[in-house]
Design a binder for this molecule. Sequence first.
Ligand code: MG
Length: 286
Amino acid sequence: MNGVRITEVGPRDGLQHEKALVSTDAKVAFIDMLSDCGLDEIEVSSFVPAKWIPQLADASEVFARIRRAPGIVYSALVPNERGLDAALAAKADKISVFVSATEGFSQRNTAGTIAEVLLRVQPVVRRARESRRLVRGYISCVVRCPYDGPVHPDKVASVASRLLELGVDEIDLGDTIGAADGAAIEALYEGLAGVVSADATTLHLHDTSGRATECAVRAAQIGVRSFDASAGGLGGCPFAPGSAGNVATETLVDALAKRGFTLRARADRLRAAGQWMRGAIASCPP
Ligand code: MG
């Protein structure tokens, strides 16, 4: 009942935001460390064209070289069918597709309208399911968009509903620029009622305004049982101005454990892994 699931997104969402080109060796070592942190899922990388995100151009090699611990889901972000082919070949356990709640962010982050992006991800979801992979549907800018301003929960509900029709197993709600507070989280989940229940969502918080733990605790009290976070608070989003900082996994784990939620994830080990990667980034050539 009180168990909370943690997806570590540092290797993907964290590193794609860092300017440094971290070596494949360091990524593999980082993910292997994360595999000993009690996490439920690790988002390993993204199969996007290297010209979009050169930091993650080695996704296939990283997948081939990591040690896979039993009980952990190793997932990959995929923008299109070509990316899906590579992710399936790499034996990703779970495929994540991404759509924006706003037209402004959709154009800049995914080069198309929301409707166009939904059309693009449709065959990805279908084929991922045919290959018996779990599918996560990310929705970005669920509270505020850096281009379009405040986002009404109805807008999020409509995109979530389309993704569920396509067949995703899970809706992941991204507060891409860290604009949420506790009240916004409540309003968001009220707007989603009837479309998706809180416990079928994952919440992806950014700590830009220092309110990520407040939001996580409020969400957990509402019934959310799955969160994304990034060890050491690595990264943000390269296409969203002012989005510095995924919430640190160790901070989130501590905050939820203190409120009586049960987590397998180990804050001390996550902190150490995040610090190790910060050191690796600092030692990269400029
Ligand atoms: Mg993020």
